[in-house]
Design a protein around this ligand. Structure first.
Ligand SMILES: NC(=O)c1ccc[n+]([C@@H]2O[C@H](COP(=O)([O-])OP(=O)(O)OC[C@H]3O[C@@H](n4cnc5c(N)ncnc54)[C@H](OP(=O)(O)O)[C@@H]3O)[C@@H](O)[C@H]2O)c1
Length: 293
């Protein structure tokens, strides 16, 4: 598995990361979650991304991987749902980090994001300050922001964050010439989320109400074809090799997809002509296709 520099943070991460949203679902058994988490590390994936809001995810990572903590970079997200604290205040950030340390059975967190907080919260300042204080105290290694569009731009301009997480994929490309380019220039770590665009090709009909719906609509309008390749390979190779992307976190509940994604990454970038076609197909239809949270 290719390992990459995570901006100028001093961390190194695998080109394929694991988005640990799926293992938070209660319908997945404890044994299945344990098996997926160990397979992640055994495949050489060294970045695991979770969040306070992903159900049982933090708890399960703590339970099953505490003894392998040195083998991976641990990323989580805070800002809300801490008992006794109001969402999106400085004390919630501090308490959220302390809570995550305990749940994840670790004495440091590598990357901690403000989880999609709106621009006004960033502008308020106290939330960002609390995150930076946790970094100075050594509880976290990198203060990070997860979000899109104007808020993402503000986060980059603030200079407060060492890394970013945002959506970037064949159906969500506006950020490529904006946030991603700036992140590259500022040497920030970049975690690309929704790298498969939520695999919208799986749905024959518009998946109303599903996470993939907006990307399904965009894909139809763009009229893209993966040519000789399977859709998953086409989409993942596009995202993973964009300049500035450090790692892309695919979410999956299936070991076979995890292994397949690791194999896909070995094939490297799509040919430059194909990348150009994908960029042009998006640009031709992009009236108001903003970044999806
Ligand atoms: N910061 C935020 O606000 C935020 C928001 C969204 C996501 N995220 C993070 O990003 C991660 C990834 O996002 P995501 O799961 O929404 O999007 P994604 O990676 O674009 O899509 C994942 C979906 O594709 C399927 N899949 C995985 N590998 C596949 C393959 N090779 N072929 C076909 N289908 C495949 C998975 O289902 P199966 O279980 O069937 O494999 C899953 O439903 C999350 O787990 C989370 O860590 C963060």
């Amino acid at each position: 598995m290719e390992q990459r520099r995570f901006g100028n943070t001093g961390l190194t991460v695998s080109a394929l990361g694991y988005g640990a949203g799926h293992i938070g679902r209660p319908e997945m058994t404890e044994q299945e979650a344990e098996q997926i988490l160990h397979t992640v590390l055994d495949l050489g994936i060294t970045l695991i991304d979770t969040a306070r809001g992903y159900g049982l995810s933090e708890e399960r990572i703590g339970r099953h991987l505490a003894h392998r903590r040195q083998e991976f970079v641990l990323s989580t997200k805070v800002g809300y749902s801490v008992e006794g604290y109001e969402d999106w205040t400085g004390p919630t950030i501090t308490a959220g980090i302390d809570r995550a340390l305990k749940t994840l059975h670790t004495d440091y967190l590598d990357i901690v994001h403000l989880h999609s907080c709106p621009l006004e919260v960033l502008q308020q300042g106290d939330v960002v300050e609390a995150l930076v204080r946790a970094e100075e105290a050594g509880k976290i290694r990198v203060a990070a922001y997860s979000g899109e569009n104007e808020a993402l731009q503000y986060a980059i301009d603030s200079g407060a964050f060492g890394s970013l997480q945002f959506s970037v994929n064949i159906c969500d490309q506006r950020v490529i010439d904006n946030g991603l380019k700036l992140a590259y220039e500022h040497e920030l770590g970049v975690i690309a989320k929704r790298p498969l665009a939520n695999a919208p090709w799986r749905f024959a009909e518009r998946p109303v109400g599903e996470y993939a719906e907006e990307y399904w609509v965009r894909l139809q309008e763009m009229g893209l074809s993966p040519g000789e390749l399977e859709w998953d390979e086409f989409a993942l190779r596009f995202t993973a090799f964009l300049p500035g992307v450090s790692t892309c976190i695919v979410g999956t509940s299936r070991i076979e997809n995890l292994k397949r994604n690791a194999e896909i990454l070995k094939k490297g970038s799509l040919p430059s002509g194909v990348v150009r076609e994908v960029r042009e197909a998006f640009a031709a239809k992009d009236w108001e296709w903003v970044g999806q949270i």
